[in-house]
Ligand binder design. Sequence first.
Ligand code: B1M
Length: 219
Amino acid sequence: MTVELLKELSDAVIDGNKDKSVELTNKLLDLGMNAKDILDNGLLPGMEVVGIRFRDNIIFVPQVLISARAMKSSLALLEPLLSKAELKGSGTVIIGTVKGDIHDIGKNIVAMMLRSSGFSVIDLGIDTRAEKFLDAIKKENAEIVGMSALLTTTMGYMKTVIDRIKEENILVKVMVGGAPISKAFADQIGADGYAKNATDAVKLAKSLIGIVTKEETVE
Ligand code: B1M
């Protein structure tokens, strides 16, 4: 039964049916499914299909937007549950989607998961300029800055931010992620780490500030 409901939830995201998406998310929570499983096995597979259809010109920006709205409405229900652990004291992370880029679903999930692992997260939102990253890092005395980019045309801006951090000799660890980003790209631009998804982002953030042992760190 839950497998069918998860499939229906994926379909609701694909169809951009916000009400159905919210209803099914609530139903799965009532049945006792944990928030992470709903995210991984219902919402994310739906958004993956949306991405493929968008890429193949089967659907266009308006349909993607209504799918994103459905996904965000369900995420809003999951967020307090994913953030419940509230293990304070892990450190402060400044996070944002880089300049020119307005994709924020993945970045929001990463922020949510970091919060649920005890990090204090300051989310600068989308289309974030280097100055805004730098001001926040200094103001919050952050241990980590996280940048997200979903476009091949915006991923290069991550290097601009890293160069500014180096120019100003700011002591902060830099982690990057987003669909077009790879470990090789992260190394090339001088980031301290790359994570391919939100779960790995948490492991990486912990390893960057020395919370986990070497064996547990993310490559
Ligand atoms: Co856009 N879009 N989009 N889009 N969009 C992509 C990225 C694209 C791959 C679609 C495609 O062609 N298949 C393509 C980029 C191609 C390229 O650059 N090579 C694209 C394009 C072209 C565009 C526009 C240019 C379209 C246009 O206007 N002609 C335009 C650009 C706008 C802009 O940013 N300036 C545009 C617009 C939009 C919408 C506004 C309609 C909407 C965004 C809504 C929103 O975010 N609020 C949208 C969407 C939804 C997508 C797709 C379909 C889905 C993205 C998403 O939310 N995925 C996307 C296709 C795709 O990626 N498959 C696409 C789900 C999300 C959970 O995954 O974001 O990858 P993701 O995050 C993951 C990991 O990457 C990682 O963890 C997350 C969770 O597991 N991660 C991190 C992310 N950030 C991290 C940071 C970390 C660590 C890990 O550390 C800090």
